[in-house]
Design a protein around this ligand. Structure first.
Ligand SMILES: [Fe+2]
Length: 402
């Protein structure tokens, strides 16, 4: 199991988890050099360099694997999510593509408006997010898939839409009503607008930020709140969520150091979606972390960054193998997860698309849970595979019926 520990708690022999994604704004003093800690001296040196936390692999007796560990966590969480009618994935995916593309155009527009000192078009934002909400209600897996498989040039805009979509999917899983989902989606779309007020050289800096630079970053939720707060048409729930999206469960977040029970519920949902997307997004200079690995890391952040129950339910909503994950089956063939299964997280619906050598094949869809219930000795997921490592673009497979 993975756990986030303070540097003082590191001991020789502990293994630091590889974490090369773009999470600096969430954990600026995170030590990310993978490998085994050799000595107490090494721990002292890490601390002297200003690092405060690290993710380590903690051995749990009897634990078989990362996935089995997460499965046990999910079994403790009895929030199965309400049973809902869903439109088949293939039927909804085109609408999801359209909703994503429209939202991307809209985010570019509102960012440009804010840069030019113009008001944000709130009514158009609500109308744009409505398509995302409608798709989340009809088939949320389509959005989870697109959030991982859509590749657009500019991370800033993609991230805004991904955070909006994942927040809405999580909110829908929790049973929020349509109006609440729209507000949540708009808040997700606008959560980082305050970064416009931070100098670009700081936002785009690849090296570790110094204290003065990070101080600027710490202000971006408040800047966003100030920008939106000038517009009377924008509801307080959205402004509160934007302000609180970097607060943490234990009060160590920013800008106000609020504890979880003092923050807005929408802000906490956006915080989960924000970290998940930051961890699992490819950047030009950094590798994405596989979705199941990212969820394990986030579980390791419970009681520090996240409310333990809230992060468990978030994991449950996405599944151990979130839609959009590429997995290797026990046959050696490769499949795309297209529908998670909250009741049986290890048994999602998959589309087998590649052979053992990653060559495309005529695709076949399989519901692993149905097969398991039928008592067939059959397909199992062995592991997640990183499509980026093989330069695979999986997006076209979403549209292929066979
Ligand atoms: Fe942010």
């Amino acid at each position: 199991m993975i756990k986030k520990l303070p540097i003082e708690a590191l001991r020789p022999g502990m293994s630091i988890v590889k974490l090369s994604s773009d999470v600096w704004e969430h954990m600026p003093n995170l030590y990310t050099q993978p490998g085994i800690i050799r000595s107490g001296d090494e721990v002292r040196q890490i601390k002297e360099r200003g690092f405060e936390h690290a993710f380590v692999e903690v051995e749990v007796p009897g634990e078989l694997s990362l996935e089995k560990g997460l499965d046990a966590i999910l079994a403790q969480c009895d929030h199965a999510g309400p049973a809902k009618f869903r439109v088949p994935f293939e039927q909804e995916i085109e609408a999801a593509f359209m909703a994503y593309e429209n939202a991307m155009l809209h985010v570019r527009r509102i960012v440009s408006d804010v840069k030019l000192g113009r008001a944000v078009d709130y009514d158009a934002s609500m109308a744009t997010i409505d398509s995302i909400v409608e798709t989340a209600v009809r088939n949320p897996n389509t959005l989870v898939c697109l959030s991982k498989l859509s590749r657009y040039d500019d991370y800033t805009y993609t991230h805004c839409i991904n955070v909006a979509a994942i927040s809405v999917v999580f909110g829908e899983f929790l049973g929020l009503g349509k109006k609440q989902l729209q507000l949540l989606g708009v808040a997700g779309m606008m959560h980082d607008l305050g970064k416009i007020a931070v100098p670009e050289n700081i936002i785009n800096k690849r090296a570790r930020l110094n204290e003065a630079e990070f101080d600027q970053i710490r202000h971006h939720p408040q800047y966003g709140c100030d920008i939106l707060g000038k517009q009377l048409s924008i509801p307080g729930e959205i402004i509160d969520a934007v302000r609180d999206h970097h607060e943490k469960y234990n009060g160590s977040g920013y800008p106000n150091g609020l504890k979880s029970n003092e923050t807005s519920p929408m802000g906490r949902i956006i915080s989960l979606a924000d970290v998940y997307d930051a961890l699992t997004s490819d950047r030009a200079y950094k590798d994405a972390i596989l979705p199941n690995r990212a969820l394990a890391l986030m579980y390791g952040m419970r009681e520090q960054d996240f409310d333990p129950l809230e992060v468990q339910i978030f994991i449950k909503s996405l599944g151990i193998f979130p839609a959009g994950s590429l997995v290797r089956l026990n046959t050696g063939f490769h499949a795309l997860v297209y529908e998670s299964n909250p009741m049986h997280p290890l048994l999602p619906k998959v589309k087998i698309i590649l052979d053992k050598d990653l060559r495309p094949i005529q695709s076949e869809t399989v519901d692993l849970a149905t097969q398991w219930h039928a008592g067939k000795d059959g397909l199992e997921i062995v592991e997640c595979v990183d499509p980026g490592a093989y330069r695979l673009n999986l997006k076209p497979f979403l549209r292929k019926r066979r």
